[in-house]
Design a protein around this ligand. Sequence first.
Ligand code: AMP
Length: 422
Amino acid sequence: MDKINSLTGMMDLLASKTSTEELANKIFYTEKVLQEIFDNFKISQIRTPSLEHTNLFKRSVGDLSDIVNKELYTFSDKNDRSITLRPEGTASVIRSLIEKKLDGDFHKLWYLGPMWRYERPQKGRYRQFNQAGVEILGYKEGMAEFEMISMVCSINHRLKIEKPTIKINHLGDNETKKNFCDALIKYLKPIKSQLDEKDLSKLEKNPLRILDSKSPQTIELLKDGPKISEFLQESSLKIMDLIVDTFSDECEIQIDHNLVRGLDYYTGFVFEAISSNLGAQDAYLGGGRYDNLCKQLGGKDLPAIGMAIGIERLSLLSNVLEEYKTSLSLIIISSNMEPKAYKIAHNIRSLNNNINVDVQLSDGSLKSKLRRANKDNSSYAIIIGDEELGSDSVIVKSLSDDDSEQTIMKMNDFNNFIKNLK
Ligand code: AMP
């Protein structure tokens, strides 16, 4: 029979017991650390469905964005309704608050889960990937911006990210954005023959996005073009300076007036964190203010700022590994089914839930089971044979490199030993 493989750009994550350096282990651990950070910031979790009505993304992420234009996984369901696998998390969060009539309140929310975009797969770019996101809702421009950047610095610090840079920019209000776009179009139209096809299309449809063009020729042309800083209000420039002043003792923060984001809903303050250790896809998180989105989706006027963190990229950059907990490998040497031996494993887990217990379920020799216990980084093997069962005792064998001692313990002593293990 033919084998069935996973879809292109979608990967399985299988944690290894023997190396916490495996990408899957790093990914799962990064998710844990992020959740601890979100707790530190008193942010509550929200979990929304993976499937939404297609229109939700058309009306939020925007018809002009690459994500909606080319990358949506859209299907018809059995009732012929157009549904889409979410390409990002923000739109669903806002949809949910509007639906629950909570769009008039203040919220600090986080989410974590898979997203889908039909992109060309390459290193750091998948068709199914995981994002954690944070949305701070109800607060106008001000302290919420500081809270976001403070969180990015905490992520960099806790995961010991190497060479991180946080880029920040301000896209202004609607009027600023419009005036700047008009000036950009006026400047580029007469020289549009020098733009490549991609940038020409942006000029027509979404001129702001020309600013993050990868074409060297466009980058050169933009050097003499209008700058968004010339159109921004004093208060917008000031908040960027204040953020740089506040955090630059612990994070590298750069004001980059060419930073625009790939989703249409951003207004005001935007940011992205990059690391040169990632290669071409160098951004591991990004976000910004999106004060108009809630209204645009039929809700109230809800000021908001958020960010999305690419879990795979962040995990690649992380330099902290999960520490092994003390773990025991329980080896039962008997030809019979031994519920009494199994009950010992059950008791160990209830005596001390800080330790992990792997009951070896397979048949096999003591030697092969000890080998497996060693390979799985167990600290002790607990060996139970017929003799031990008869005398109400167990053998405790240390598996550490410098101590391979083996002790026979009566059940009472063994229980105390387990209670005191750290
Ligand atoms: P975005 O939602 O496009 O602002 O992306 C936020 C973060 O998600 C990026 O900085 C990346 O780290 C990550 N990301 C976006 N698209 C992909 C993808 N196709 N594969 C892996 N990570 C991605």
